[in-house]
Design a protein around this ligand. Structure first.
Ligand code: A2P
Length: 343
């Protein structure tokens, strides 16, 4: 079966990767539409050796579309996803807008593929940091149970889009006067204050909520519980932006229900879907974002048993946030739906 696909936000950091993934994975495409803002309409975009005209994302643009992949910001999804569904498309939305809606499945195929069956036209792709964490933790949870997660993230600028990548590139030139760097985009474009990301780390991703956690941190907390179907799981997150172009890293502390050894965790993660173990201390082998860029899997290393809690473990988890954290997971959702006759 061949499908008509639309990419909304086709010129963006994630949209560009969606385009690449569709080709790389040989997604069965009949026709494809590249949608963006009015400012990009009319510009040309290359796909599989052919040139396509970018169109403005309007309700009418979804006429005849089977699958619409959205990554143009929450307000665009809020407005246009229902319009696409009205015209018969299935929407796979990479923004946070619909994620916690009880009528919208929030899916990482390795973890909760079954939830796709309950869709009403819109499927949400989870937050990038959440995706890589649940891929690593689901196999452990299945064997040992899971009671608590405490995670600190080291997130790349690509998660904030093209303008943040450009900001890091530009600021990185200012070695001598780095305290005077002018910042415009990070930590959050709409915020009052901006701070340099080059030569710095920013303990704020997205805006603050009433409880002192940021929205990004609350996404990790709430989305993890929804995806894993563990409403009582205790999760805490501290999300930090670091001067890395692409690839999110996470220090993850977990408490499982059954006592286990580090070897047990190795055995569980070896060959687990979507996971690659990189953990060999004698040879200084551990995952790093510079080397996971462009790769599909979620890499896990530095696995240690906590020194005090018999059921506590520490892990280091790294993945390409634009791929498994966004574009790849979206395409995998579409592939799973095709296989399960949901498209
Ligand atoms: P455009 O390039 O025309 O502004 P990123 O996350 O890298 O910043 O990319 C955001 C993507 O969302 C871009 O493709 C951008 O298109 C698109 N976009 C932004 N605002 C709108 C809008 N109002 N309608 C449709 N697409 C939009």
């Amino acid at each position: 079966k061949l499908l008509t696909v639309a990419i909304v936000g086709a010129t963006g950091a994630v949209g560009t990767k969606m385009k690449e993934q569709l080709l790389k994975r040989n997604f069965p495409i009949k026709d494809i539409k590249f949608l963006a803002s009015a400012k990009s309409a009319g510009k040309e975009i290359e796909f599989g050796g052919k040139m396509y005209k970018i169109e403005e994302a309007t309700p009418e643009a979804f006429e005849g579309v089977d699958v619409a992949l959205f990554s143009a910001g929450g307000s665009v999804s809020a407005k246009l996803a229902p319009e696409a569904v009205k015209r018969g498309a299935v929407v796979i939305d990479n923004t946070s807008h619909f994620r916690m809606d009880p009528d919208v499945p929030l899916v990482v195929p390795e973890v909760n593929r079954e939830d796709l069956k309950k869709h009403n036209g819109i499927i949400a792709n989870p937050n990038c940091s959440t995706i890589q964490m649940v891929v690593a933790l689901q196999p452990i949870r299945q064997k040992l149970g899971l009671k608590r997660i405490i995670v600190s993230t080291y997130q790349a600028v690509s998660g904030s889009g093209m303008s943040a990548i450009e900001e890091l590139r530009e600021q990185s030139k200012y070695w001598d006067d780095r305290k005077d760097i002018e910042a415009k985009v990070l930590p959050v474009k709409s915020e009052t204050k901006h701070y340099p990301i080059a030569y710095n780390v920013l303990p704020q991703i997205d805006v603050f909520t009433e409880n002192g956690f940021t929205k990004e941190e609350m996404k990790m907390i709430n989305e993890t519980k929804k995806i894993m179907h563990l409403p009582n799981l205790h999760v805490a997150a501290t999300c930090v932006r670091v001067p890395v172009v692409n690839g999110h890293s996470e220090s993850v502390y977990i408490e499982v229900e059954k006592e286990a050894s580090v070897q047990d965790i190795y055995n569980i993660l070896k060959g687990a879907p979507g996971v690659v173990l990189q953990d060999d201390l004698n040879n200084q082998v551990y995952p790093m974002p510079l080397y996971t860029e462009g790769e599909d899997p979620v890499y896990v290393g530095r696995i240690r048993k906590d020194l005090y809690h018999p059921n506590g473990f520490h892990l280091w988890v790294v993945a390409d946030n634009l791929l498994k954290g966004a574009a790849l997971n979206s395409i995998q959702i579409a592939e799973a739906m095709l296989e399960d006759n949901l498209l």
